[in-house]
Design a protein. Structure first.
Length: 103
């Protein structure tokens, strides 16, 4: 059984037991959270597609860790204009483990 959930402006295909990194969620480590924006649920050949959400379906997850991702280097340059700009960015993330899909 799998589901497509929306969190942090992105969509993730999840199934029970998976560990994924999502945009930062304000929850303590070890806390259980509920992802209620479920867009699709699939179980073998049976697939339920929401319009836009599947009603009555939730995904339970446990927060494993918080962290920061790899550094992304941003480099801007205009040729022949003596303009160069270097910038870096590290995105915060929350690692969660999917416990189950209900509904």
């Amino acid at each position: 059984m799998y589901a497509v959930v929306k969190t942090g402006g992105k969509q993730y295909r999840v199934s029970a037991g998976e560990k994924i990194k999502v945009e930062q969620i304000p929850a303590d480590i070890g806390a259980e959270i509920v992802l209620d924006q479920v867009l699709l649920v699939g179980d073998g050949d049976a697939v339920k597609i929401g319009t836009p959400l599947v009603s009555g379906t939730t995904v339970r997850a446990k927060v494993l860790a918080h962290g920061r991702g790899e550094k992304v280097r941003i480099f801007k340059m205009r040729r022949r204009k003596h303009y160069r700009k270097t910038q870096g960015h590290r995105q915060n993330f929350t690692e969660i483990e999917i416990l189950g899909i209900a509904g």
